[in-house]
Design a protein around this ligand. Structure first.
Ligand SMILES: O=c1ccn([C@@H]2O[C@H](COP(=O)(O)O)[C@@H](O)[C@H]2O)c(=O)[nH]1
Length: 233
């Protein structure tokens, strides 16, 4: 089932059972689901089948980053399993992203292909340590332009960069934004954060929310509060 909701709930769980326990409380008409490294490494493709069987569209967030041939094969493997969205690291470069794009197109696979720019857990000091002297915003813009030119459907960025990317890459270019923190939630390891309403106003096309819902005392109440905040935008 496809949904008009911009919400993507991150199922960051250590087991298939725990993830499905949460999925069974959610509704594919209200959100999409994200499967990341921990859950996929534990459960394998079985989690994708289980979530698809429950009617959810799934973002497989494995952030592929390798040589072009390897990434193209991995992206095809994800798309062959019917995921709605898959991602690579933009830092893998133009030839890597273009190879992934070409592979999906050659096989008629319509899975959304997006690229991670700068992780939302990173701030200026983290970039300096890995040899990047630009600000996070400048680096996101550079990588987003490269991703667009390499055939990506959009990027993962923080909502703080969404408005600028809308101007740079257009409204159809997907801006998938983790680091979403409602007023009631702790930032934790995230650094470039925004509330759900601010993110939507700034031009985020999809909002990734994990712990503010999954670790809430009452996850359904937390989700409903976020939806109410978005409805008011
Ligand atoms: O830059 C990025 C890229 C991916 N993520 C992922 O999103 C969720 C966020 O979860 P929260 O619990 O809401 O912080 C998580 O699965 C990350 O792996 C990201 O946060 N930032």
């Amino acid at each position: 089932m496809s949904t008009a909701s911009p919400l993507i709930i991150a199922l960051d769980y250590a087991s298939l059972d725990a993830a499905l326990c949460m999925a069974d409380r959610l509704d594919p008409a209200r959100c999409r689901l994200k499967v990341g490294k921990e859950l996929f490494t534990r459960s394998g493709p079985e989690i994708l089948e289980a979530l698809h069987g429950r009617g959810f569209e799934v973002f497989l967030d494995l952030k592929f980053h390798d040589i072009p041939n390897t990434v193209a094969g991995a992206v095809q493997a994800a798309a062959d399993q019917g995921v709605w969205m898959v991602n690579v690291h933009a830092a893998g470069g133009r030839r890597m992203m273009a190879a992934a794009r070409e592979r999906l197109d050659r096989h008629g696979l319509t899975t959304h292909l997006i690229a991670v720019t700068v992780l939302t857990s990173m701030e200026q000091a983290d970039l300096v340590e890995v040899g990047v002297s630009s600000t996070p915003a400048e680096q996101v813009e550079r990588l987003a332009a490269l991703a667009r030119d390499s055939g990506m459907d959009g990027v993962v960025c923080s909502a703080q960069e969404a408005r600028r990317l809308q101007a740079l890459c257009g409204t159809d270019f997907l801006k998938v934004t983790p680091g979403i923190r409602p007023s009631f939630a702790a930032a934790g390891d995230q650094r470039r954060v925004m509330t759900p309403a601010e993110a939507l106003r700034a031009g985020s096309t999809h909002l990734v929310v994990g712990r503010p819902v999954t670790q809430a005392e009452d996850p359904m109440a937390a989700l409903t509060a976020i939806e109410a905040e978005l409805d008011a935008v």
